[in-house]
Design a protein around this ligand. Sequence first.
Ligand code: SF4
Length: 399
Amino acid sequence: MGRRHKTHSVQVGHITIGGDAPVVVQSMTDTDTADVERTVEQIKLLADAGSEIVRVTVNTEEAAAAVPAIYEKLAQQNYHVPIVGDFHYNGHTLLTKYDETARLLHKYRINPGNVGFGNKKDDRFNTMIDVAIKYDKPIRIGVNWGSLDKELSTRLMDENARSEQPKSSQEVLHEALVLSALTSADAAVERGLGANKIVISCKVSRVQDLISVYEMLAERCEYALHLGLTEAGMGSKGIVSSSVAMGVLLQQGIGNTIRTSLTPEPTGSRDREVIVSQQILQALDVRSFSPEVTACPGCGRTTSTFFRVLTDEVDAFLRAKMVTWRHKFVGVEEMKVAVMGCIVNGPGESKHANIGISLPGTGEAPSAPVFVDGIKVTTLKGGNITEEYKEMIEEYVHK
Ligand code: SF4
């Protein structure tokens, strides 16, 4: 990756966003925050998957009142992931009424599009900024195209209509998103909040819009930037759109923290979006999070579905182990593991990995050579290959 867009660095608990810090992966719970047990469980799930910051909705008095209990339960279980409170409409009321919640939360997300209108808007916004100053907290000015500041967008559209060289409605929308974020951030600075306490996001749901808007932001400011498509969608559509949009921006050095917003599948787990964010960063060589599993796509030479099952099992095994390995073994996330389907590319790819297995393809003897650091060390056979291979990976990490 080339040069990074220069930004202020923002401290969120023990995590740094921006400056020279690595791009941070974050996520958000979808539980009712007032339900302390379920929210704590989901924060733990996301943190275990590798979410370095977790955002929770703080939308009601009950949710705001539950935050101290959430912090307490997480601390009892030794979880110290920074928590961000997501405030809309009534953030000014909740942050002033629930003092302990305001004191505990590591960061506040403020949406300038729904804090009110006219003077009301300024008062409410200033109230939240004053709380952030009082408790020395960072904020995210989180603009979203679905809740864009109506006064601002109407004014820009009127000006554009009167202009001799009117811009396209898309360009006006981009300008409105960027202006909403930057004027709010500048107003917070004017009020006394440091520029190193501000992260900005401008979320849209189309790839090209996101790229244009963040290129504009990077050109016009040095605030740390939070990247993410909003309503990216379900399944492969959401993953592909997020990967393409954030990939293009990250490749230009734009973006200090990312969230991949995926609509959860009925049977899916919430931590999927954390894994996808990690995979985006890992695919770009921006950061490494867990050992990479090289697996061939399979073809007519693959003898059975076992090859696919083994790949999935090894991948899941590595992710589960990383919860503890990442604290114990420096550089373990750089490890390369191969699971290959036949003799054509199996031994070659396996030799390039730190540890690799080449399963037998059609017509080959029913045995699977294992290579460690390029050297064939054993041949696995029989019905226990999965467990034996996992044990060998574990031994390799511990050696
Ligand atoms: Fe097919 Fe073998 Fe290549 Fe895998 S390594 S894709 S099984 S030829």
